[in-house]
Design a protein around this ligand. Structure first.
Ligand code: CTP
Ligand code: MG
Length: 174
């Protein structure tokens, strides 16, 4: 398994998933409206600024990858991927998967920020993979690769929480 194209492939999704934490805030996507069950549709953790930040920075990541291939700053062995549409569709899938995760959390009456491994960390990955499907070169995303990405996403999640705790952004390391 050649790791380099797989990591470059998924990078826009990780960037799109991480940037809203830094640039989000303000008007919530659901405009503070409630669903028929009386709970918020999505909650205050999903904002328009965060959504646009994720879409923009994830797409820019794809543009940078494409540009690096054009300038031959990346080897040909990773430049058979169509990074330009990939960056955008991966970001779009990531952000919609994140909204879907929060929608389900609210239906389960979980408060904003309540940890749910699958809904927080894996829904974005599943949506990103589904959205990017038609732009993925044949043979790149096999069952083994999907398992690898699930494990990698989990490890990144654990590592980022520990770092956030060490630098004082979070009070607990999980
Ligand atoms: N964020 C945002 N807009 C988004 C996604 C995230 O502004 N579309 C910001 C919010 O400040 C949010 C933080 O990034 O609190 C962390 O994102 P996430 O963990 O997805 O949200 P939670 O606050 O945990 O809310 P939820 O329970 O709905 O997942
Ligand atoms: Mg959260």
């Amino acid at each position: 398994m050649d790791l380099a194209p797989i990591l470059l492939f998924i990078l826009p999704a990780y960037v799109a998933n991480a940037t809203p934490v830094v640039f989000g805030g303000g008007l919530p996507v659901d405009l503070r409206k409630k669903f028929v069950d009386g709970e918020r549709i999505l909650g205050d953790g999903k904002t328009w600024k965060g959504l646009l930040a994720g879409l923009s920075f994830g797409s820019i990541t794809g543009i940078v990858e494409w540009q690096m291939c054009s300038l031959v700053l990346l080897p040909a062995s990773v430049c058979y991927l169509n990074y330009l549409p990939l960056g955008f569709v991966l970001s779009l899938g990531t952000m919609l998967g994140d909204l879907a995760g929060s929608f389900i959390k609210r239906r389960m009456r979980m408060k904003r920020g309540h940890p749910s491994l699958i809904l927080d960390q894996l829904s974005f990955l599943v949506f990103a993979l589904l959205f990017s499907y038609q732009y993925v070169p044949e043979g790149l995303i096999t069952t083994e690769v999907i398992i690898l990405l699930l494990v990698l996403t989990y490890l990144l999640h654990v590592a980022s929480n520990i770092i956030a705790n060490r630098i004082g952004l979070k009070s607990v390391p999980w």
